[in-house]
Design a protein around this ligand. Structure first.
Ligand code: ZN
Length: 640
């Protein structure tokens, strides 16, 4: 039987199943470790829902309540609630995970209210406030679902009109706080607290046991403790440090955890569990919660391993000022992994590669761990619509190259991006603050720009052939294919932003920035038109690489010196605005072919097998091939 990768398309989102073929070959001890970490990943999922939006958990209880208690609700209403709820699950809330804009429910308020009342009558576990009736609950949530002006944008880093970035963002990381309030305020828990303005001033609600998310964090910790007996020593050390950090919430314990986690670089099973990426926060400080459990894909690790082993060579040959090069690169570890589960900030929308920890000081002293999500990337490739390759290619030969070399070019670029890109460079002498503190709302986009440029810069280097990561006769095609698909992506990605005239998501900004900069300063790319269709065509790989090198030298300088003004000029000048007419054209072209804008992933499912004495004798992996049943199962596990 052939495998199903593409499960369904919900509006413009492809829903794709991820497979974890290597799981069955793990030892029982590794499986048991993965099982408890899997439960810990599910236990923290609701934290992320709440961080994104204050109404999220109430909304989810209502939407899931209707779907699971639909008796008496008219079929067309159920259908629309199902469509909307699938988008809600995919994006962990009403705001689109790519564009940050709120999506609306296409019902009348009366239909909504009647459906909520029916669910309540059927016994759905709604999150009513004390003394609140189901009708009042439905009415309270209605503006969120039906009024486009209520909390329209999740994270707004450049709101314009002199508006404050915190006040213009709908997320739940700040309550009544503006950037002005932060002046002179000493934040003790920048990464792991919600900031609330009260009569007595700013209060940090720390995410730890005894603090905010006490209930969820206690559950996570219990599962981590269950995992400890099965963990090899370095993993146990890291998990112990994580438990301490969840218990105290103190910065020193976060640091100890980061260091212990980086040092655990040889274990087969690994996890990311906690407050990690800062994209959700417009000022780039607060960590969004995520849970990820993985095991090493040894077969696909070979190439990325070679790249990591040569990290010092790459550092020495970067095109930036020698002052910003690391004299000695330490602890770059890189592997290809298969994910068993991703929740919160990393699922159902997932990155293709990860490089952690984010703490620049830890990276410079202890190194970082880079991973390529092999099974996610495979599922993505195997589900990609052919039209995405052909519609935006200027000629058939270009589409052909993508078919033949696209996967290798993409994988290699992702590996260079994660391992060499994020791991490279150092701060200028005398700069003591971290680049994220200095570059603030522009840090993430600038850092992604830098890492993409590193990958694009080294891809044509003969050293890759010498290292044996790409065959000599294939390299020119791989380079050309990657430069072409990178260039096309800046155009094709506009399909994801169906409203508005500016990009918010940092990776989208960074892609557009690079292509726009090359368009303006080199002859590497041409904008062509044919039959009322626009094409971004890469025409000169040598000019492309030279331009990339020039831009990269400047981007590294900006990061190393923490030059906020230069970062702003670069990102706002090239990466934010786009021509809405061009976007409309792109949207019309993808809609004519019904091409998805992005992909969401259904995770493998683990289940313990118990023996006669109740002990777990095996852990089995299966594939639900259904977004809805997986999301309802996770929610039920959080309630249990
Ligand atoms: Zn990156």
């Amino acid at each position: 039987m052939s495998r199903r990768f593409l499960l369904e398309q919900v509006d413009d989102v492809a829903v794709v199943q991820v497979y974890a073929d290597g799981f069955g070959a793990l030892s029982l001890r590794e499986k048991l470790l993965a099982w408890h970490l899997y439960l810990a990943a599910i236990a923290g999922r609701d934290i992320y829902y709440d961080q994104r939006y204050a109404y999220n958990l109430e909304l989810r209880s209502a939407l899931e309540g209707i779907l699971t208690h639909a008796a008496g609700v008219p079929a067309p209403v159920v259908d629309e609630v199902r469509r909307y709820t699938k988008l809600f699950w995919i994006n962990s809330g009403p705001h689109n995970g790519i564009t940050a804009r709120k999506q609306l429910l296409r019902l009348t308020v009366e239909q909504w209210t009647a459906a909520v009342l029916a669910a309540a009558a059927g016994g759905a576990p709604l999150r009513l406030r004390a003394g609140e009736s189901a009708a009042a609950f439905a009415a309270r949530l209605a503006p969120v679902l039906f009024d486009p002006d209520v909390d329209p944008v999740l994270t707004q880093k450049t709101p314009g009109g002199g508006r404050d970035i915190l006040e213009a963002s709908a997320n739940n990381l700040y309550v009544d706080v503006s950037m002005r309030d932060l002046q002179g305020f000493v934040e003790r828990h920048a990464l792991n607290s919600r900031l609330v303005k009260s009569a007595g001033g700013l209060v940090e609600e720390v995410w730890r046991i005894g603090g905010r998310y006490d209930h969820e964090i206690r559950r996570i910790v219990r599962h981590l403790e269950d995992a400890l007996p099965y963990a090899p020593a370095p993993t146990a050390e890291a998990l112990g440090a994580l438990i301490r950090f969840y218990t105290t919430g103190e910065e020193a314990d976060r640091l100890a955890y980061d260091i212990a986690w980086v040092k655990d670089d040889a274990s087969t099973v690994d996890t990311v569990n906690g407050f990690v990426e800062v994209y959700l926060d417009p000022r780039g400080a607060k960590g969004a919660w995520e849970g990820l459990v993985s095991y090493v894909n040894h077969q696909k690790t070979r190439r990325i391993d070679i790249i990591a082993a040569n990290a010092q060579w790459f550092e020495d040959h970067t095109p930036w000022d020698a002052r910003f090069r690391k004299p000695s690169v330490t602890g770059v570890s890189a592997r290809a992994i298969d994910v068993v589960i991703e929740t919160g900030d990393s699922g159902p929308l997932t990155p293709v590669g990860i490089n952690l920890p984010n703490d620049q000081a830890v990276r410079e002293r202890y190194g970082s761990k880079s991973v390529l999500l092999a099974n996610v990337n495979e599922a993505y490739e195997r589900s990609t619509h052919e039209g995405l390759r052909t519609e935006f290619s200027w000629e058939e030969a270009e589409a052909d190259r993508t078919r033949k070399w696209g996967v290798l070019a993409r994988d290699l670029s992702t590996e260079l991006h994660e391992v060499i890109g994020h791991g490279s460079g150092r701060m200028a002498e005398g700069v003591t603050a971290s680049p994220s503190e200095l570059l603030r709302e522009h840090y993430s986009a600038l850092e992604e720009t830098r890492s993409d440029l590193v990958a694009l810069y080294f891809l044509p280097d003969p050293v890759l052939v010498e290292m044996g990561v790409v065959p000599a006769d294939a390299q020119p095609s791989v380079v050309r294919t990657e430069y072409e698909q990178y260039t096309r992506a800046a155009l094709v990605q506009l399909r994801r932003v169906r409203e508005g005239e500016q990009l918010e998501e940092d990776h989208m900004r960074n892609r557009q920035l690079i292509v726009n900069w090359l368009l303006r300063h080199t002859a590497a790319i041409e904008i062509r038109r044919r039959d009322d269709k626009t094409y971004y065509t890469m025409v000169d790989t040598v000019a492309f690489r030279a331009g990339v090198g020039r831009l990269l030298a400047e981007v590294q300088r900006i990061k190393s010196e923490g030059d906020h003004a230069a970062a702003r000029d670069l990102i706002e000048g090239y990466g934010v605005s786009f021509d809405p007419a061009l976007r409309d054209e792109v949207v019309a072209r993808v809609d004519a072919l019904r091409l998805p804008s992005y992909s969401a992933f259904v995770m493998p499912r683990l289940a313990p097998v118990t023996g006669a004495d109740g002990a777990i004798v095996d852990v089995e992996v299966s594939y639900p091939c259904d977004l809805e049943s997986q999301m309802l199962e996770y929610a039920a596990m959080a309630r249990a």
